[in-house]
Design a binder for this molecule. Sequence first.
Ligand SMILES: Cc1cc2nc3c(=O)[nH]c(=O)nc-3n(C[C@H](O)[C@H](O)[C@H](O)COP(=O)(O)O)c2cc1C
Length: 201
Amino acid sequence: MDVYTAMRERRSIGKVKPDPVPREVIERILEAATWAPTHHRTEPWRFFVLSGEGRKPLSRLFVELAKLEMTDPTTPENQAKLEREAQKPFRAPVIIVAAMEPAERDDIVIAEERSAVSAAVQNMLLAAHAEGLGAMWRTGKKTYHPKVRDLFGLGEKGEVIGFIYLGYPAIEPPAQTRHPWYEKTVWIDEDRPYRTYHLHP
Ligand SMILES: Cc1cc2nc3c(=O)[nH]c(=O)nc-3n(C[C@H](O)[C@H](O)[C@H](O)COP(=O)(O)O)c2cc1C
């Protein structure tokens, strides 16, 4: 599949089949991730591949974090909510947790390390699409809780950048639209203050 087709066709797929994904397919996706650009070549990405029972610790943590937001977790409504949290990691047979562990160097900018891992995630999403898989980059507020970082044994400055849910598609991807590039783009070829140019309203 050529790269333009992959970029154009790739869609987030929130519902996948429970069928296992062969290990060699996952390995190809991880390999694709590692070819992302990385400033200073720090390669700040770290991956955790969760499947089967390996999804349970994440499930327990989702419940624990949801409970922290509740005054009374025992109400029927909250019990149902906690059950939904517990089930979340089981929505896909595989979750690749894409994490960032910044290099211990004075010239490192954390935002750049995050950007490198985000680029690695996009490589994975495109590779997953080329492999006929459905993928969904999931996050949410709880992703950035220190307990998530601790669950994966990341350092103080480490972060989870995304939970990439993977599996064979169970649905047709929902149609998507995008604003055209020309609404988001200004062509500048004169020497005048940039703020005097205006984007499409
Ligand atoms: C940083 C990031 C976090 C995301 N987190 C979630 C999420 O928690 N839940 C979700 O349903 N989609 C999440 N998405 C996927 C977006 O919903 C999706 O990309 C968007 O709807 C556009 O659809 P498309 O990917 O099919 O083009 C996330 C995307 C990004 C870039």
